[in-house]
Design a protein around this ligand. Structure first.
Ligand SMILES: [Cu+2]
Length: 144
């Protein structure tokens, strides 16, 4: 192998490694966690979506075996000062932006829990995005 070929190979390998490690080439879901809750009841899961891409994406739905029904909800305060939860058909994730699911705001609502959620447990949550496809994360159950 000539020196030039070796160099080309090295550059190729390096660029593959850099691409694989770079956090800037894909939408990510991080810091997923859920509140402790009791089987048969409701629970909520929170996380951070980061979209470093130049194209917008949309969170279409969420799913977990830990609940019979899983919905995307937004908590907001109405004119009377009461907290309301509104189901969201989907959640837009603009290009280059972060969307935070957190108590008092966006959350994944778990309805009809099939198991107790105790602090220290983890549940698998699968998020369906329009462009990024399916992203599965482990949500840790802990006190807010
Ligand atoms: Cu809710």
């Amino acid at each position: 192998m000539s020196l030039r070929n070796r160099r080309t190979t090295l550059v190729l390998i390096l660029s593959i490694i850099l691409t694989a490690c770079s956090p800037n080439n894909a939408l990510t879901v991080e810091n997923a966690w859920g509140r402790p809750a009791v089987a048969g009841g409701t629970g909520a899961v929170f996380f951070e979506i980061n979209n470093p891409l130049t194209t917008a994406d949309t969170l279409l739905s969420a799913d977990t075996s830990a609940a019979e029904t899983v919905e995307l909800h937004m908590t907001s305060m109405n004119a009377e000062g009461n907290m309301n939860m509104t189901p969201q058909e989907n959640v837009p994730v603009p290009a280059g932006e972060e969307v935070i699911f957190e108590p008092g705001g966006l959350h994944v609502m778990l309805i009809g829990l099939t198991q107790d959620l105790n602090a220290g447990d983890t549940i698998q949550l699968t998020l369906q995005f329009e462009n990024a496809g399916e992203i599965s994360v482990e949500a840790e159950i802990r006190q807010p």
